[in-house]
Design a protein around this ligand. Structure first.
Ligand SMILES: Cc1cc2nc3c(=O)[nH]c(=O)nc-3n(C[C@H](O)[C@H](O)[C@H](O)COP(=O)(O)O)c2cc1C
Length: 371
């Protein structure tokens, strides 16, 4: 891996990446004279769309590694037709201490991790030996600039999209100490309004980060997500809203999530999955990431593709069963053109890759070339 440089450099701090990134091929793509991506015109046909917006290929990068408009613009130029702007908040929010990323090595021969398996709590080896097919952990704590900084930058990011390309803003609510449930709901609506003010044509609301206490995610409470999306809808009107979900093991809970959101007309799609939480240990069995509350961390990349495909297939089955119309954005472990196709075959209308794209800046071009 020595001469390869991911566009988000895991050996630097989040702040350095924000100020100096992107790196590698993405930095090259930003240099003068490099215009919109030529390969971006290799179209799937005029019918491809993402929440009502026309796209060349419904493939891109989910919330996370694209920190600001320089990253999203570089992603467009590298042929990723969907570029998600990393999750923003209603207020400035600090990042977890460095390091934020480690390589993860599950025991299975194919490198997979299965939701609910004992390995997740016994410990998975994590270190700095990055190998392909790549699996990593990410522990950032969803940092955000203040709206004064991210609003003008998000506006610039939206304007940099080429024909058939869509900037996807991502946001989430912030739970601070002493906040009532009503205030927590209102914070989501406020943040959605701030996103709308940038000229966003659609948005994704993240409900899959550990906001609700240790290992407790907002998406594990479908009725609260339903109330939040009602409040958000009041602010954003007709702008399509997608909800980002973590892996939800129970079909009953997943169906309740669909009924309490899509069923009420507040949500037009789901993006899934986020990371899978695992205990991370070093070669001596000690906690791999330094600091309190970081014994478990989210794993993404190759290890979680089976879980992502499973979630997408189950969501597609619920869509069919209930006869409801909503979009499914498949995420998790996409590292090759075959993985893109597997998600489409499982029922995803669009597909995104975070870890796979970080380690292969040519991934969108490869998928387009394979078609
Ligand atoms: C560096 C990094 C940062 C991330 N930050 C966010 C985030 O801010 N909001 C979010 O909804 N998901 C975030 N994610 C999760 C990704 O959107 C995605 O759901 C997950 O990584 C699984 O996809 P992958 O296997 O292609 O990486 C992040 C992922 C990575 C790798």
């Amino acid at each position: 891996m020595s001469d390869f440089e991911p566009f988000y450099d895991v050996s630097r701090s989040y702040e350095d990446n924000y100020e100096q990134g992107p790196f590698g091929a993405f930095a090259e793509a930003l240099k003068d004279g490099n215009g919109a991506d030529a390969a971006g015109t290799t179209s799937e046909g005029a019918s491809a769309s993402f929440l009502g917006q026309p796209v060349n290929l419904p493939f891109g990068i989910p919330a996370g590694p694209l920190l600001n408009s320089r990253f999203t613009t570089a992603a467009f130029r590298m042929g990723f037709d969907l570029a998600t702007y990393k999750t923003v908040r209603s207020r400035a929010w600090g990042c977890n201490p460095f390091p934020n990323v480690l390589a993860v090595h599950p025991k299975a021969a194919d490198g997979s991790l299965t939701p609910g398996s004992a390995e997740l709590d016994e410990g998975v080896l994590a270190d700095t030996n990055y190998e392909t097919p790549i699996s990593i952990s990410n522990s950032f704590g969803v940092p955000s600039q203040s709206p004064d900084a991210w609003q003008p930058d998000m506006r610039a990011a939206i304007e940099a999209a080429g024909p058939g390309q869509v900037l996807v803003p991502s946001f989430q609510g912030s739970r601070v100490e002493g906040m009532s449930e009503e205030e927590y709901i209102a914070d989501h609506a406020t943040t959605a309004r701030l996103v709308k003010e940038t000229g966003a044509k659609l948005m994704v609301m993240n409900t899959s980060c550990p906001n609700e206490g240790h290992n407790r995610l907002l998406c594990h409470n479908p009725l609260l997500v339903g109330r939040i999306t009602e409040a958000v809808k009041q602010e954003i009107g007709d702008i399509p809203l997608m909800v980002k979900l973590a892996y939800i093991p129970s079909d009953g809970d997943l169906e309740l999530m669909v009924r309490s959101t899509v069923g009420h007309g507040t949500v037009q799609g789901f993006s899934t999955i986020n990371t899978i939480s695992a205990k991370l240990v070093d070669a001596n069995g000690n906690q791999a990431l330094p600091g309190a509350g970081r014994d478990h961390s989210g794993v993404c990349g190759n290890a979680i593709r089976g879980a992502g495909l499973d979630m997408v297939a189950r969501l597609a089955a619920i869509r069919e069963k209930l006869g409801l119309d909503f979009a499914i954005n498949g995420v998790g472990g996409v590292v090759s053109p075959a993985d893109y196709q597997a998600y489409r075959d499982a029922g995803a209308d669009s597909v995104m890759s975070a870890t796979g794209a970080m380690w292969d800046a040519e991934l969108a071009h490869k998928i387009k070339a394979s078609r």
